[in-house]
Design a protein around this ligand. Structure first.
Ligand code: GAL
Length: 409
C-alpha cells in the first residue's frame, strides 16, 4: 500500500511539475514523417511533467531496431523506456527479470477498466503482472489507393481487392506501378497475412495463426491466399523501394496505385496534406471484410537501480495512457486510441472507419500476440524469398509455410 501511494504521488508530482527533473532516454523506431510527428506528441506530454524525454529514435524500422534494443537491455546498457509491439516480443526480457513491473501503477489508475479491448493489456501481462503501457491499437488490414492514379489510368477507384487486381493492366499501360511494396521482410509478411484474412476469411486465418494448424495452412483456403499473393507479387514487381514509407510515397505521388499497409500509412498522407476520400481512398479488410487486428505499440521499462529513473518511468507510463496524450498521439499516427473514453471528433474518414469496426467487435489479434518472435521470423524469411522473384511457386511457398506452422510456437 505504501508503495502504491508513493507511485501515485510520483505521478501526481509529475503532473504538477516534478521537483527533480529526470532525463529518460526513450528508444523507438518511429522515423517516418508521420511517425516523427506522432512521437513528438509523446515527448511533449512527458516534458510537460517536468521530466525530459531524450529521444532515441533508431532508423530502419522494427526489424532493425528490436535487436539493438534487446542487446542494450541484455548487455547492461538499458534505456529508460523502449517501444515494442506488445505481445511476445519482450517475453524473454521479462522472463529474464530485466523489465520493470508496472502492476502497481496500472492498478492505481484502473488500466484494466479503461483499456479497450482489454486484450491490449493482456498482451502486456505475464504471470499476472503488467510489464508495458500500450499506446495504440494499430491495424494492418488496409489498402491505400491513389485516386489520381486511377483517374490517370481511366478506371474507377476499386472497391475491393479483386477490382484492384482487374485494374492492374490499365494502370500498367498508364505507366503506373499497380502495387507499391518495400523490400523489408516484415512488409511482405504483413501484406500476406492481410491477404490471408481478406481472402481466406477469419476462420481459416484463426486456424493457422492462432491454432497453428498445419493442415489448414496446407489446405484449399490458404491455396487461394498464396494464389492472390502470387498475383500481388506481379503487381509489385516494379516497386523498387526499401522502406514502407517510400512505398507510401509512391502512392501519395501517384506513381503507384495502391499499397497494403498498416494504419501508420495514414500519418504519411496527413503530413503530405492529402485528404481521405478526396486524394486517397482507404479500404479496410481490402474491401472484402471489415476486420481489423488489434495489435499495437507499447512502451516497456528496463529495470534501473536509480530510484529517480524508476519514478520517472512510472510518470511516463501514466502519461502514455492519459486521455490527452492518447488523442494527440493517435491523431498524428493514424492509429486508434487504447481507450474508448476519449474525444476523437477530429478523426478523418479512414480513422472513423477503423473506430466503427472496432466498436462492432470485428477484431482479431496480431501475429505478434499469437506466435513467438522465432516463428514470425521464419515466416518473414519465407515471405522475403517468395516476394522477391517468381522463382518460388505459390504451391512451393504454401508447402514451406505449412511446415513452419506445423512447428510453430
Ligand atoms: C510497426 C509499428 C507501427 C509502425 C510500423 C512502421 O511495427 O507498430 O507503429 O509505425 O512498425 O514503422
Amino acid at each position: 500500500m505504501k508503495r502504491i501511494s508513493s507511485i501515485v504521488s510520483a505521478i501526481a508530482l509529475g503532473a504538477a511539475g516534478a521537483a527533480n527533473a529526470t532525463d529518460l532516454e526513450v528508444t523507438h523506431w518511429w522515423t517516418s514523417g508521420g511517425e516523427a510527428a506522432a512521437v513528438a506528441e509523446l515527448a511533449k506530454a512527458f516534458d510537460a511533467t517536468g521530466n525530459h524525454w531524450v529521444d532515441g529514435a533508431i532508423a530502419g524500422s522494427g526489424g532493425v531496431a528490436r535487436p539493438i534494443m534487446i542487446s542494450r537491455i541484455t548487455g547492461g546498457d538499458p534505456m529508460g523506456a523502449t517501444q515494442f509491439n506488445h505481445g511476445r516480443q519482450a517475453e524473454e526480457l521479462v522472463e529474464a527479470g530485466l523489465m520493470q513491473d508496472l502492476t502497481e501503477v496500472a492498478e492505481a489508475e484502473g488500466w484494466r477498466d479503461i483499456i479497450k479491448p482489454v486484450s491490449l493489456l493482456d498482451g502486456c501481462t505475464i504471470d499476472g503482472k503488467i510489464y508495458c503501457a500500450p499506446v495504440n491499437i494499430h491495424s494492418w488490414q488496409w489498402l491505400w489507393l491513389s485516386n489520381a492514379a486511377f483517374e490517370k489510368a481511366g478506371v474507377p477507384v476499386p472497391k475491393d481487392w479483386y477490382e484492384f487486381v482487374a485494374a492492374a493492366p490499365a494502370l500498367e499501360e498508364a505507366g503506373i506501378i499497380p502495387l507499391a511494396m518495400g523490400n523489408q521482410a516484415w512488409q511482405s509478411s504483413g501484406a500476406f497475412q492481410v491477404l490471408a484474412i481478406a481472402v481466406a476469411g477469419t476462420e481459416a486465418w484463426t486456424k493457422v495463426y492462432i491454432d497453428k494448424d498445419a493442415d489448414a495452412a496446407a489446405g484449399p483456403e490458404f491455396a487461394k491466399v498464396f494464389a492472390a499473393a502470387a498475383e500481388a507479387r506481379k503487381m509489385r514487381a516494379k516497386s523498387n523501394v526499401q522502406d514502407w514509407n517510400q512505398a507510401t510515397n509512391l502512392v501519395i505521388t501517384g506513381q503507384a496505385a495502391g499499397q497494403i499497409m498498416g494504419d501508420w500509412a495514414q500519418g504519411e498522407f496527413a503530413v503530405a496534406g492529402q485528404v481521405a476520400g478526396k486524394d486517397y481512398t482507404c479500404l479496410p479488410g481490402l474491401g472484402l471484410n471489415d476486420i481489423i487486428s488489434t495489435g499495437g505499440d507499447a512502451f516497456y521499462f528496463p529495470k534501473s537501480d536509480d530510484p529517480e529513473i524508476t519514478k520517472a518511468q512510472m510518470v511516463l507510463a501514466s502519461t502514455l495512457v492519459a486521455k490527452d496524450t492518447q488523442v494527440a498521439f493517435n491523431l498524428k499516427k493514424g492509429s486508434l486510441p487504447i481507450r474508448g473514453d476519449v474525444d476523437l471528433a477530429a478523426a478523418n474518414d479512414c480513422m472513423k472507419k477503423g473506430l466503427e469496426i472496432l466498436a462492432s467487435g470485428n477484431i482479431l489479434p496480431d501475429p505478434n500476440q499469437t506466435m513467438s518472435p522465432d516463428t514470425n521470423g521464419q515466416i518473414e524469411d519465407l515471405m522475403t524469398q517468395f516476394w522477391a522473384s517468381e522463382d518460388m511457386s505459390a504451391e512451393d511457398a504454401q508447402a514451406k509455410f505449412a511446415e513452419i506452422i506445423g512447428s510453430a510456437d
